[in-house]
Design a protein around this ligand. Sequence first.
Ligand code: 8YV
Length: 322
Amino acid sequence: MKNRIVAYKPLPADVLAFLREHADVIEVDAARHDALVAALREADGAIGASVKITPAMLEGAQRLKALSTISVGFDNFDVPDLTRRGIVLAHTPDVLTESTADTVFSLILATARRVVELAQWVKAGHWSGSIGPEHYGTDVQGKTLGIVGLGRIGGAVARRAALGFNMRVLYTNRSANEQAERDYGARRVALDELLAASDFVCLQVPLTADTRHLMGAAQFRQMKRSAIFINASRGATVDEAALIDALCAGTIHGAGLDVFEEEPLPATSPLLAMANVVALPHIGSATHETRHAMARCAAENLVAALAGTLANNVVNREVLAR
Ligand code: 8YV
């Protein structure tokens, strides 16, 4: 009998066709919560993204053997619960590393050089003479970049910074990244030192119980008043109310944000009214090429997981060992 797969995010046609070669595919609109839960109950596997899959949603899903998220982050899943149920979770690292690092760097440049603010100013018809110091930005090249969490994406940001922009790179990480130290001159320091010494502080950690609200009022106070804060990881790694306070009080100079505690960012967020904030709609990996590669990778992960041959991209390897 063919496996049954639930797709709870629209997939590119060729990726859907690939899945259909291997399984019966049921497409479900994730906004219809009850329909998704009902479909999971009859499924062997599921593929999708951007939806919280809670233990309660999996209660009746006796056949479910594999979940494949079209993302590198897996904070939408309760991993220990999946492991207890014997469900393999696969994700899509690597294919999105470079596009996401590009997003991080565009936030660095946009905030420092006031690209969005000044482009809006031009479109509003305000450019009537040579600009003066009130419109100047700050340099990126030659400055110090502090990367909190030097994994795959952090490493790609470090490469851009050191080799492309002649920046000094500081980082924190659970373990030393020898390649970044050797190739980009990156220096591993304590978080306190990184915050105090960096012109740009860039958060690149996954969201876990340990990283939730990693950046709060105390951490923003440790940063230079001239420093810019960049976050394209997960919104909840930052205490957003404390960030808003720090931006209002001039504790830090500005922020470039691709992620928020609540997404989509509510229209009432004070961040939207701040000229020194660049806010993006979670575009980290959102290019045609990369989103396609992620969908393809996730589909291949799922087919392999259901066939019992998945070797890479596994979040909870313990399940495979059983
Ligand atoms: C998107 C992401 O959120 O990969 C991640 O962890 O944040 C993203 O690329 C989305 O899940 C893509 O489908």
